[in-house]
Design a protein around this ligand. Structure first.
Ligand SMILES: NC(=O)c1ccc[n+]([C@@H]2O[C@H](COP(=O)([O-])OP(=O)(O)OC[C@H]3O[C@@H](n4cnc5c(N)ncnc54)[C@H](O)[C@@H]3O)[C@@H](O)[C@H]2O)c1
Length: 327
């Protein structure tokens, strides 16, 4: 495979780059380092089959040139994280809509297969246990910045579907549920790195809302092989596929587990979303996927538990100098 990974210096993108290089593939990583970091690629920075390109998916000519050099695109570049969407709503919409348009158009021009990273945010406030790909979206007002990420990803999905049905593009949409593990930054609102960093620093863990909201966390090393298997699977083209874990945990329980596993006595403080993220934020009570489509297509089954995930993040952040550097 000759792969282009947009967002290749990001959390998931860098793990994907390592996985592909280990499998003997060629990788071009395109990133503008908005939320990514070259440190994420440090383990492979000298690899002869890795080429890093500094640039944006908003640069249509650059995306076209890179697409002409590969046979597969993993489109992971996006404005991500509730703090990013809150602070740069307009730029985030542009990246998440126009960036994807450029990738799809270039993939079509050069007959390259493509994976589009979408999100469980698509389902909005639908609290069904076991969300399936054809379930309804339950979305708040488009005037709340909170929903603009979900809206942009939905536009991306509709564009992708139209490219497949009208123009025969080979494209799969993957709806990632909370994907976590080493290298994920806590700076932009992600809960596990934030809790672990707080616990190790002896600061109280800040739980937004009641803490009763339920999430399922999947280790990035379970997710990455699924991305590769799905882009290689012709039956996946034109569909959306949930990828995530179904091990449920409330955010309050998550905070307790982080405290127990780090041995930290820093405690927990609860704060409203208004205080923690600012006005215009609505939370979701529950987000639990049904991943039977991914299982049927590629045999997907996460193997790592939440405790495995927490231990791997704690180990990473306990290394000297790292807890603050990657917070
Ligand atoms: N991590 C999760 O839980 C999760 C859940 C659902 C969906 N996703 C999706 O997975 C993808 C990867 O997310 P991640 O968790 O690795 O986050 P991340 O922030 O680490 O990765 C996004 C990468 O895109 C880069 N980027 C942003 N704008 C860009 C631009 N204009 N041009 C080039 N690069 C740009 C960033 O610098 C970063 O490296 C995203 O599309 C995201 O929406 C992630």
């Amino acid at each position: 495979m000759k792969a282009l990974i947009t967002g290749g210096a990001g959390f998931i993108g860098s793990h994907l780059a390592e996985y592909l290089l280990a499998g003997g593939h060629d990788v071009i990583a395109l990133d503008n380092l908005a939320t990514g970091s070259l440190d994420n690629l440090s383990a492979v920075s000298d690899h002869p089959r890795l080429r890093y390109i500094s640039g944006s998916v908003l640069d249509e000519d650059l995306v076209d040139t890179l697409a002409s050099q590969v046979d597969t695109i993993f489109h992971l570049a996006a404005a991500v994280g509730s703090f990013v969407i809150r602070d740069r709503t307009l730029a985030s919409l542009r990246t998440n809509i126009h960036g994807t348009e450029h990738v799809l158009a270039a993939a079509h021009r050069h007959q390259v297969r493509v994976l589009i990273a979408s999100s469980s945010e698509i389902y909005g406030k639908n609290t069904k246990i076991g969300l399936r790909e054809d379930d309804d979206r339950v979305i708040g007002s488009p005037l709340l910045h909170r929903w603009s990420y979900s809206e942009a990803k939905a536009v991306d999905e509709s564009l992708t579907r139209a490219y497949v049905t009208e123009l025969d593009l080979r494209a799969v949409i993957v709806r990632l549920f909370n994907t976590v593990g080493p290298r994920q930054s806590g700076r932009y609102g992600m809960v596990i790195p934030r809790f672990v960093t707080q616990a190790l620093a002896g600061e109280p863990l800040t739980v937004f809302g009641t803490g009763e909201q339920v999430r399922c966390f999947c280790h990035v090393l379970d997710v990455v092989p699924a991305l590769v298997a799905l882009v290689e699977h012709p039956e996946a083209y034109g569909t959306a596929v949930n990828v995530g874990s179904s091990e449920q945990v409330s955010i309050r329980e998550l905070a307790d587990r982080v405290l127990a596993l780090t041995g930290s006595a820093s405690g927990i403080v609860q704060m409203s979303y208004e205080e923690g993220i600012g006005p215009g934020y609505e939370d979701l009570q529950r987000r639990v996927p049904d991943c039977s489509r991914a299982h049927e297509l590629i045999g997907f089954r996460p193997t790592r538990t939440l405790d495995d995930i927490l231990r791997s993040v704690i180990a990473e952040r306990s290394r000297p100098g790292l807890a603050t550097a990657v917070s």
